[in-house]
Design a protein around this ligand. Structure first.
Ligand SMILES: NC(=O)C1=CN([C@@H]2O[C@H](COP(=O)(O)OP(=O)(O)OC[C@H]3O[C@@H](n4cnc5c(N)ncnc54)[C@H](OP(=O)(O)O)[C@@H]3O)[C@@H](O)[C@H]2O)C=CC1
Ligand SMILES: O=C(O)[C@@H]1CCC=N1
Length: 274
């Protein structure tokens, strides 16, 4: 079946669910009417209903009417929803995509009690809202056809990479949490820019475009950050002076430790804090 003909139920229409729905429609491969979003507080989805999306609080009905089920609620909200929809899941028809942090494919299959159910994990980031996500995909036991379908969905909203499921929490820290880490570094640069003379709004625009330029250099030339850094750092110059000051204060170390901490936390979100 073409992706265009599949009906999608996004269970958990929050930040990510809404951004994903909008990204899928923006890709031109899905019509709003083919996508149902669910949540308890339906008022928060009313603007989407006006745009033609289906909305409901009835997860079971949404599943019954869909071919693809996307799980996008918080880890601690997952079991309740799975218990509500388990009876409606048809192993032959349904493909389940989970973006829920820290939840294994096997956790979902066991909870709904449907051996053979096709479940694929995807870890996008909030840049799906502008179709610039880095989405990591894992579905070792899924069919090639379903993996291709999931890749197609997320390629429409950014770049994708297929990884082993055991690396999914690492992918969460690096790519999903990573959005916040890079944003915080841009905000810090803005604060520095304001201290040395720019109005905050100007400093923010200048810092954001500079960050975009730095990332684009790496993606465009497929080069290593240090080789691009070498081009900036003139001997005895001001860049190396500032960079070394940052390193003396633990710049790289702080990022590395933060990413490690996020990864450890992601691992525990479902299994230890339920
Ligand atoms: N935010 C991010 O950057 C990323 C998040 N993720 C993961 O994606 C998932 C969603 O994150 P995010 O969108 O930020 O979280 P949100 O809290 O914004 O969204 C979760 C949604 O689930 C809904 N929900 C809760 N219980 C139910 C229920 N019983 N039935 C239907 N809907 C329900 C909530 O709405 P209501 O309370 O109205 O029911 C809420 O809108 C999480 O597992 C997160 O770890 C993955 C990648 C990136
Ligand atoms: O902070 C969180 O738990 C979620 C998962 C990745 C991004 N946000």
């Amino acid at each position: 079946m073409n992706s265009e003909l599949k009906r999608v139920a996004i269970l958990g229409g929050g930040n990510m669910g809404i951004a994903l729905a909008k990204g899928m429609v923006a890709s031109g491969k899905y019509a709003p009417a083919a996508i149902t979003l669910t949540r308890r507080n339906l008022q928060a989805l009313e603007s989407l209903e006006k745009e033609g999306y289906q909305i409901t609080s009835d997860n079971a009905r949404a599943v019954e009417e869909a071919d693809i089920i996307i799980l996008s609620m918080l880890p601690q909200q997952l079991d309740f929803v799975l218990d509500t929809v388990a009876d409606k899941i048809d192993v032959q028809r349904h493909l389940v995509i989970s973006i829920v942090t820290g939840v294994m494919v096997s956790d979902i299959i066991e909870r709904v009690g449907k051996m053979g159910l096709q479940v694929i994990r995807a870890m996008p980031n909030t840049a799906i809202a502008i179709r610039e996500s880095m989405t990591c995909i894992a579905g070792n036991k899924a069919s090639q056809e379903n993996l291709s379908l999931v890749k197609e969905i997320f390629e429409a909203v950014g770049d994708t990479v297929e990884i082993e499921e055991e690396l999914m929490t690492s992918a969460t820290a690096l790519c999903a949490c990573g959005i916040a880490f890079f944003l915080r570094s841009i905000r810090a640069a803005t604060q520095g820019g304001t201290e040395i003379g720019f109005h905050a709004a100007d400093a923010l625009r200048m810092a954001a475009q500079t960050a975009k330029g730095a990332a684009s250099l790496l993606l465009h030339f497929q080069s290593h950050p240090e080789s691009e850094i070498d081009k900036v750092t003139s001997p005895k110059g001001c860049t190396i002076a500032g960079l070394n000051e940052m390193e003396h204060n633990g710049f790289s170390s702080a990022l590395i430790k933060g990413i490690r901490t996020s990864s450890q936390k992601a691992e525990q979100l479902y299994h230890k804090e339920k």
